[in-house]
Design a protein around this ligand. Structure first.
Ligand code: MSP
Length: 500
């Protein structure tokens, strides 16, 4: 059987413009998708992203500027798509929760679970946080406010529909125990396991009465309710890639997902609600849910409600797409939180991109121009000294080293494998002193020396493609097979004024 790879990102809420936190998940997913296309072939990879468009937040945001929720969403979808284009995000499909293919699947799921008795009607009384669209019990409130977003909660009492999460709790605990890679990294798996050990799951309220909210998918068995936005949104992962047949069996070429990439803020929905929904539907579970950390600004999570969002387009304009991609993937081990600042980008830029990668490419091109009139010497590498041996070995191991790190996935470690080789090559230049070889007319040695550098650059270039596609393409154009086309330096140093 041909191996396939189906990767997803969260569907982003359209009530606010995308910020660097959103772009982080998509850049990570894009890098993995590109890398898997290289190893499995592009027909065997499916990368899904999209937008989450129902619910009160969006209804209110639209009302505030006198648009219908759909008109409002249409505009925001444009912004998300524009950003993904600017960041070179190579998604295969973009799903909107307002599309008929999704709405139909959600209604089918509701029907199946209602018929099965896993969805039932009951009365709910308690506290509700509108921005988070979450129910809270009195004891969970902090000083009368939502424990997540700290905003005011509303008291409500209404008839609703509930999904039997509780029925499947012990099954889920067992599944997590048996599949240690289901929730990653390990710390998140621990977190969910502990939560399930310490708490009895309440059944999940999956409806909202239309008098309070009408912007949602109608429940097929109750004209007075729409679907809770989380129950609706999670289903996108199956509605985008398949459908139910007459008998209620789900059919798909891509399912199960190999990787749901999410931020740690939405772990519970993906690692508790979602697997239980699938189990109740008798559908296979995703292989892995990976929750990455948060980008913070001065120790605060970046979010619209914290008022500290950074616009990714501004960063791209200032530093370039690939510098931005490189920084996010390299600066923080995937899974941990990181602090975002322009100073940190500049630091990475000057050391890793200008000094290491940019310098290696530029000095090599300069030497090919100077010593060989732009023609790359066509010689075989003879492994006759330890330094060359180490470089050749490192070239040979590069793919494996990168693939192993991406398998975790640990982008930072994967990039370190590439930079280790760049470091070896730069050291080789400094120690070989090619200008002396030229002076002493040691042409064969000089040819071999250049050839080694060109081989390093091609290997680095190939490995960099998924992370920095634009830069990798540019390097390929400059360092051709036989002839070079020298351009200006890829990453000219950014001078920062010393603080006075
Ligand atoms: N609509 C839900 C997800 C439904 S998935 C079926 C949602 N949307 S969101 O717009 O709030 O985006 C959530 C995701 O954006 C997070 O899980 C994370 O992937 C990313 N990020 C949002 N803020 C972030 C940071 N400050 N840092 C890193 N990523 C964060 O929740």
């Amino acid at each position: 059987m041909i191996k396939k790879f189906y990767i997803t990102t969260p569907l982003y809420y359209v009530n606010a413009s995308p910020h660097i936190g959103h772009s982080y998940t998509n850049i990570a997913a894009d890098t993995l998708a590109r890398s898997m296309r290289k190893s499995l072939g592009k027909d065997n990879v499916w990368f899904l992203t999209g937008t989450d468009e129902h619910g009160q937040k969006i209804q209110r945001a639209a009302e505030a500027i006198k648009l219908t929720p759909l008109e409002f969403s249409d505009g925001m979808v444009g912004k998300f798509k524009e950003l993904w284009k600017s960041l070179n995000i190579s998604y295969d499909d973009f799903i909107r929760t307002t599309e008929p293919r999704h709405v139909q699947t959600v209604q089918r799921v509701l029907e199946i679970l209602y018929k099965k008795g896993d969805i039932y009607e009951d009365r709910y009384e308690g506290w509700y946080c509108t921005p988070c669209e979450t129910f809270w019990i009195e004891s969970q409130l902090i000083e009368g406010a939502c424990p997540d977003c700290k905003r005011k909660v509303e008291k409500i009492s209404e008839t609703n529909y509930f999904f039997r999460l509780s029925k499947y709790q012990s099954w889920l605990m067992e599944h997590i125990r048996q599949n240690r890679n289901f929730i990653r990294p390990d710390s998140r798996c621990e977190e969910v396991s502990r939560f399930l050990e310490l708490n009895a799951l309440n059944d999940l309220c999956i409806s909202r009465p239309i008098e309070r909210l009408n912007w949602g998918i109608p429940l097929p068995f109750s004209p007075n309710h729409v679907t809770y936005v989380w129950f609706d949104a999670l289903i996108n992962y199956i509605s985008a890639v398949g459908s139910f047949d007459e008998s209620g069996r789900y059919q798909s070429k891509w399912w199960p997902a190999d990787l749901h990439l999410i931020g740690k803020d939405i772990l519970r929905q993906h690692a508790v609600y979602w697997p239980i929904m699938l189990r109740a539907l008798d559908i296979a579970l995703p292989k892995c849910v990976f929750a990455h950390g948060w980008w913070m600004i001065n120790e605060d999570k970046m979010s619209k409600s914290n008022g500290n969002v950074v616009n990714p387009l501004e960063m791209v304009e200032k530093f370039g797409i690939d510098v931005y991609r490189y920084f996010l993937l390299r600066d923080v081990p995937f899974g941990l939180d990181g602090n975002f600042s322009e100073a940190a980008i500049i630091k990475r830029f000057n050391s890793d991109l200008a000094n290491d990668l940019g310098n290696l490419v530029y000095r090599t091109l300069t030497m090919v121009e100077k010593y060989f009139q732009g023609q790359i010497p066509d010689v075989k590498i003879g492994v006759d000294n330890d330094q060359i041996k180490a470089i050749v070995e490192s070239i040979g191991n590069l793919d494996k080293c990168v693939a192993k790190s991406l398998d975790e996935p640990n982008f930072s470690a994967a990039l370190e494998c590439i930079w280790k080789l760049i470091g070896l090559a730069n050291k080789y230049v400094e120690e070989t002193k090619p200008w002396n070889l030229a002076k002493e007319n040691k042409i064969d040695e000089l040819k071999q020396f250049i050839r080694v550098l060109v081989e390093v650059i091609s290997a680095v270039d190939e490995a960099l493609m998924p992370f920095m596609p634009q830069t990798a393409t540019l390097i390929k154009e400059q360092v051709g097979d036989h002839e070079i086309k020298k351009g200006s330096p890829l990453f000219p140093r950014i001078e920062t004024r010393p603080k006075s």
